[in-house]
Design a protein around this ligand. Structure first.
Ligand SMILES: Nc1ncnc2c1ncn2[C@@H]1O[C@H](COP(=O)(O)OP(=O)(O)OP(=O)(O)O)[C@@H](O)[C@H]1O
Length: 451
């Protein structure tokens, strides 16, 4: 049950709000001033604090500093909306003008609590991600990767927009995180958005937020992900998939440092550094009229090109050893080594799914390995040099199938029995890579496979 603290010196309002929220199932405490609240309760134990601004003693906004991390909603009179705006600047989550409608207040509280939960989840996810994306864990000695590392170090401390190009699974997100972690913004959030994963109809409001009534179903206003990255970095993965209308809004952010929420006439100033990535040829998208040329030029202030794994020479084995160690530690297994045959298999395979596919193959091998030596059969990839090999398949490729033909055949044969997750696992690629290849090769998902 969520715990809410009300700080309000007008007893009529305080009692009414307390009754209302208690009826709604919240555990409610109420005080007249910030000082009283502090002396009676541990402010950090609340999930939300609802406070008036003008109070006996210190102003209500002071609670923002005294209960860091706890979302604070400000109640204010119409006459002092200005002070509400100031409160927002100090870090309040939102404000509500008095006299307020009870339903409106409950709605605002529900939304804030939902965001608070999400925020906590994001923190957990962030720490998980930090574990799997150590900045110093970027393996790569080949000239192309050395060049990438040099550029990352150079460009990270600046606020320049960076465009990261590379096939799926080559480490684009890892590079984006390295850029953020080595920047002056590292203590603020990095918000990652996969533009390919958000439905086209929702992407504008997800990114830029919306005002109440902006469209059917928008029964309250909402902050977008660009604003959520305030002071930090926004990483737009698969930017090539961004619809044209959203591209126009993004251009405004890059040109003027301003966003306009959907349904709003007013712009807000934002301080966000943009990093974008794509596996697509953006120049070609521009020629096809699918991508704005002015946005393309703004994005590629600095361009980083990640080579496919098959072109990284000795890095492939270095990466395999690094990822084997990382995976076996994560899975709590004793140290393991790759035997000579495995090293040869790994070096000669073409790795169409790049580092992610290598990571998946090693994870599978670590799970299946009963002793401490990884043999080629555990990797479940074929040691042939042809580009037609794909890891683990229900039926091995017959004849001279090209990679595309083989992918197409495997997906069409299995999609009615397997979920997208199972399909991607069997192909040794991420779900996102599977989605991308479906787009590229024109194989839409059937009803069954979209389970
Ligand atoms: N040079 C590297 N050194 C160590 N680990 C790497 C390297 N490159 C990629 N990885 C690891 O490979 C996995 C895939 O990388 P990442 O998600 O950054 O790729 P991506 O290009 O963004 O992929 P996708 O396009 O599928 O989202 C991650 O677990 C990442 O940590």
């Amino acid at each position: 049950m969520s715990q809410i603290l009300i700080i309000e010196d007008e007893s009529v309002i305080r009692d009414a709000v307390e009754r209302l929220l208690t009826r709604r199932g919240y555990k409610v405490s109420a005080t007249e001033s910030v000082e009283e609240a502090e002396s009676k309760y541990d402010l950090q134990s609340f999930n939300l604090i609802l406070t008036d601004v003008r109070l006996p003693g210190v102003p209500g906004t002071e609670v923002i500093h005294r209960a860091p991390g706890v979302p604070v909603l400000i109640m204010t009179s119409y006459a002092s909306v200005r002070s509400a705006v100031d409160s927002m600047k100090k870090g309040a989550i939102d404000y509500i003008a008095k006299p307020f409608d009870h339903d409106e207040l409950v709605l605002l509280i529900e939304r804030t609590l939902k965001q608070e939960k999400l925020g906590r989840k994001t923190e957990v996810l962030k720490s998980e991600l930090d574990k799997s994306y150590p900045v110093d864990g970027m393996v790569g000695k080949c000239p192309a990767m050395q060049e990438v590392c040099r550029r990352v170090t150079k460009v990270a401390p600046t606020d320049s927009t960076v465009l990261i190009l590379g096939e799926s699974g080559t480490g684009k997100e890892l590079v984006a995180r390295a850029l953020h972690e080595q920047s002056l913004r590292k203590d603020a959030p990095i918000i990652t958005v996969n533009c390919a994963a958000i439905p086209e109809t929702l992407i504008e409001s997800e990114l830029f937020g919306h005002e109440k009534g902006a469209f059917t179903g928008a029964d309250s206003s909402r902050t977008g992900l660009v604003e959520a990255a305030e002071g930090g970095t926004l990483f737009l993965d698969e930017i090539g998939e961004l619809p044209l209308a959203a591209q126009a809004r993004l251009l405004r952010v890059l040109q003027n440092g301003e966003i306009r929420r959907v349904g709003s006439e007013q712009s807000r100033v934002v301080d966000v550094r943009l990093i974008a990535a794509t596996h697509r040829d953006l120049k070609q998208r521009v020629q096809e009229g699918e991508f704005r040329s002015d946005l393309y030029f703004r994005l590629r202030v600095v361009e980083l090109n990640l080579p496919p794994l098959r072109e990284r020479g000795g890095d492939i084995v270095d990466l395999a050893i690094f990822l084997l160690e990382k995976t076996r530690k994560q899975l709590n297994r004793a140290p393991m080594t790759l035997n000579q045959a495995s090293i040869e298999t790994i070096s000669t395979y073409t790795w169409p799914g790049n580092v992610r596919e290598l990571e998946n193959a090693l994870e599978r091998a670590v799970i299946l390995c009963e002793e401490d030596i990884i043999t080629p059969d555990l990797l479940a990839i074929e040691s042939t040099h042809s580009a037609g090999t794909l890891p683990i398949a229900a039926t091995p490729p017959t004849g001279e199938l090209s990679l595309e033909q083989y992918f197409r055949q495997f997906v069409l044969e299995n999609q009615d029995q397997m979920t997208e997750t199972e399909l991607s696992k069997r192909l040794g690629i991420s779900r996102k890579a599977l989605w991308e290849r479906r787009q590229r090769f024109g194989i839409p998902r059937t009803k069954k496979s979209s389970r």
